[in-house]
Design a protein around this ligand. Structure first.
Ligand code: AHR
Length: 502
């Protein structure tokens, strides 16, 4: 094995790009207990006047989530948005086909826009291109974004929303490449409907940005042809292409599991290449950006979900209980986004509350933080500024599916305005601490503020409503001397090293 020592040079001039804060976005779908029993629980002691849980709002604010995708997900592909507006007592109960539950429609577009305001986030709204299409989409955007004086905008006003919501970011359907999707489409069928829906929506509001669906994951047989065909048709009408990916450790092989962000890196590079191929083919001046609008770990709850009775209201679906190793992979996935800050301009951790989520709630009880809450929070709070390119020398290992896996993953963000720099590091070594020297001589006059770490001897340690077994702590042994920072990255650890100009 190579010598266990990592070195890094970090120079303020080695810049990747300004981080678009929207990479710290998240996702609320009408699924399981995300909405009902998650963000919304009238009758709960913490419920506000609209029934939204204030304890959940506070946790979402701690994460500083800038944008939240809504209302699906698979659910949107058979959703009639009109069911969720107007007097609540008149709203229909429907069979929700994606997750085979009952949708009461108590919460819809207007209430969600109110909730998003309360947590300080923008809405990223998805339209139904499964069972519906251009007409429903153009009516919805007229309802949400047009000031007034027309049928749909006046309907909104009659529902008590005088001012438009001005939703700026829209998804053209969801995972339309997936045979599980209601209204699944071939790439050609999807590309055409995305193109025409995009045209109509931008005629209603030319200031919006649109995300076309890419592949649901890297294993889809149509990847990356689906992206190529879709963009060939819709290139000049859309702004982003979406990527979705979830990972799991089903074979209980932590070394291989912690390397899975390499697959994500490969996915991102392939989609960039595909976008730029179509750009060249069209002789276009425009560059399509990437929206990684579903990402996370998802596998713990798969078996439990098989046992849920269909047609119940807000059952506990997709309630993954995350452990310490999941938090490490989530940290590495966030690092991967920062390494691609020049093209990944939006992302959504899927999801936000109860459903494969950093925040959990008990019905009538507490709200609490899963292990993955912490790396997400650290990146969202400290990862705003310019993503720098660390020059890293670190030993590597091979695992079942990957070769040359760096033991240490790293990204760094320089906030010029605040005169702060934050270095994010994951040590994937299962047995050993990793000594690291970081050359920070270009940051003259900077001092070490803190070295935060997430460590645990047990990769399978989990948090619960009553016990936070996995939570950040301070590493007091790191030193900055003569522009060189020396630290020990604990075995299997997430690290956040923060510096500020004196
Ligand atoms: O986030 C859970 C589901 O995963 C979403 O509904 C779907 O888009 C994806 O397959």
């Amino acid at each position: 094995m190579s010598k266990l020592k990592t070195t890094m040079i970090l120079d303020k001039n080695y810049q990747i790009a300004q981080v678009d804060e929207r990479i710290y976005g998240s996702f609320i779908e009408h699924l399981g207990r995300a909405v009902y029993g998650g963000i919304y629980e009238p009758g709960h002691p913490e419920a506000d006047e609209q029934g939204f849980r204030k304890d959940v709002i506070e946790l979402v604010k701690e994460l500083n989530v800038p944008i939240v995708r809504y209302p699906g997900g698979n659910m949107v592909s058979a959703y009639n948005w009109e069911d969720g507006v107007g007097p609540v007592e008149d709203r229909p109960r429907r069979l929700e086909l994606a997750w085979r539950t009952i949708e009461t429609n108590e919460i819809g577009t207007n209430e969600f826009a109110d909730w998003a305001k309360k947590v300080g986030a923008e809405v990223m709204m998805a339209v139904n291109l499964g069972t519906r299409g251009i007409d429903a989409a153009r009516n919805l955007i007229e309802y949400t974004n047009h000031p007034g004086g027309t049928y749909w905008s006046d309907l909104r006003r009659s529902h008590g929303y005088e001012e438009p919501h001005n939703i700026k970011t829209w998804c053209l359907g969801n995972e339309m490449d997936g045979p599980w999707q209601v209204g699944h489409k071939t790439a050609y069928e999807y590309g055409r409907i995305a193109q025409e829906t995009a045209k109509a929506m931008k005629l209603v509001d030319p200031t919006i940005e649109l995300v076309a669906c890419g592949s649901s994951n890297t294993n889809m047989p149509t990847f990356p042809e689906y992206e190529a065909t879709t963009l060939d048709l819709a290139y000049e009408h859309v702004d982003f292409i979406s990527l979705h990916q979830y990972y799991g450790n089903r074979s209980n092989d932590p070394a291989n599991y912690l390397a899975k962000n390499l697959d994500m890196d490969h996915f991102i590079k392939t989609v960039i290449a595909t976008c730029d191929y179509i750009k060249a083919k069209h002789r276009s001046k425009k560059t399509i950006q990437l929206s990684f609008d579903e990402w996370n770990v998802w596998y713990h709850s798969n078996d439990a979900d098989q046992k849920i009775e269909p047609w119940s209201i807000a059952p506990p679906q997709l309630e993954d209980h995350y452990n310490f190793e999941d938090a490490l992979l989530v940290g590495s996935m966030l690092i991967t986004f920062l390494q691609h800050a020049d093209r990944v301009k939006m992302a959504a951790m899927a999801q936000l509350v109860n459903v494969i989520a950093p925040i959990m709630t008990e019905n009538e009880g507490r709200a609490w933080k899963q292990t993955i809450f912490y790396p997400y929070m650290h990146a969202s709070i400290f990862g705003r500024g310019i993503s720098l390119k660390p020059i890293l020398t670190t030993p590597k290992y091979d695992s079942k599916d990957f070769t040359d896996v760096p033991y240490v993953d790293s990204a760094a963000v320089y906030n010029e305005e605040k005169e702060e720099v934050t270095i994010f590091l994951v040590n994937k070594h299962l047995e050993s601490n990793m000594p690291i020297d970081i050359d920070l001589r270009s940051f003259e006059g900077y001092k070490l503020i803190e070295h935060i770490e997430l460590v645990n001897d047990d990769l399978k340690a989990v948090n619960t409503a009553s016990h936070q077994a996995v939570q950040p702590q301070q590493n007091k042994n790191s030193k900055l001397d003569g522009g060189i920072l020396t630290a020990q990255l604990a075995k299997t650890s997430w690290n956040v090293i923060r510096l500020k100009k004196d």
